[in-house]
Design a binder for this molecule. Structure first.
Ligand code: IPE
Ligand code: IPE
Ligand code: MG
Length: 250
């Protein structure tokens, strides 16, 4: 069998994504739903609805190619500042997604995981999240992290608090606290750091996402709005990633 062909996936302009050099972890700041809707004279929530299709396409392609971890920023701690109606709709869409997606996650052997403080989410959503996490817990082909009620600073703070408690209880010594030990107190415990971070919609900021984990992540910023982000866009991001020279300071 010709492995050169088996290991490549067609990208844009006939270029090929090398399946042997994929990012192990891709994180995405899914942005631009509101602007996508406004451009069409639609309410913002229609943009969020349209964005779910992009979630499906990207998750499926990541899984098909063999990306190990896909992290999607779905709702930040700061997003509670939005109009209550928009927040309520986002929660309802999340709930709908969870109920509909379980069979696909099972079929594709994807494990769902949450990054963030779930306890502030509506109870119904928490229940469905727990159900889907338990149901998909044994799946081993890909981890899908949904960042919900997420803040990078809050994540680091909760780690520091737990570390401090462990030290006071005598379970952890100061000398044992290196970067690897610290990482185990983050929501991403056990996962590789993102190799690639994509942000859609042209904004050029991190918005409190994965502050610790992205220290050496490659950034890919695209003007494409999230609901327009499809298979060609994801492949283009992966191709660009494969053209980068990663030096890690060396
Ligand atoms: C991203 O789209 C979705 C969430 C933050 C939940 P936005 O809703 O931020 O869309 P814009 O940035 O206003 O266009
Ligand atoms: C970041 O997008 C959060 C999510 C994608 C969930 P925002 O639209 O909330 O971020 P800012 O306000 O542009 O920084
Ligand atoms: Mg936005």
């Amino acid at each position: 069998m010709n492995t050169a062909i088996v290991n490549q996936a067609e990208g844009t302009n006939g270029a090929m994504v090398d399946r042997t050099r994929l990012p192990r972890h891709v994180a995405i700041i899914m942005d631009g739903n509101g602007r996508w809707a406004r451009a069409r004279g639609l309410p913002r929530v229609m943009g969020h609805r349209a964005g779910i299709k992009s979630v499906r396409v990207v998750a499926e392609l990541a899984r098909e190619l063999g990306v190990g971890v896909l992290t999607l920023y779905a709702f930040s701690v700061e997003n509670w500042k939005r109009h209550p109606q928009e927040v309520a709709t986002l929660m309802r869409l999340l709930d709908e997604y969870l109920r509909r997606e379980l069979p696909t996650l099972m079929k594709n052997e994807i494990r769902l995981n949450v990054l963030g403080d779930m306890t502030a989410l509506p109870e119904r959503v928490q229940e469905h999240l727990k159900e889907v996490m338990a149901g998909t817990g044994g799946n081993g082909k890909m981890v899908l992290n949904l960042a919900l009620n997420y803040s990078g600073r809050c994540e680091i703070l909760q780690a520091v608090r737990r570390i401090s408690a462990q030290m006071q209880a005598g379970n952890l010594k100061e000398a044992e606290l290196d970067e690897a030990a610290f990482s185990r107190f983050l929501y991403t415990d056990g996962q590789p750091d993102p190799d690639l971070l994509i942000r859609t919609s042209g904004e050029q900021r991190i918005s409190n996402f994965l502050l610790w984990q992205i220290s050496y992540t490659e950034l890919y910023l695209t003007p494409t709005l999230w609901p327009d982000f499809g298979k060609p866009d994801f492949l283009a991001a992966l191709l660009e990633y494969q053209r980068r020279e990663r030096r890690f300071g060396a």
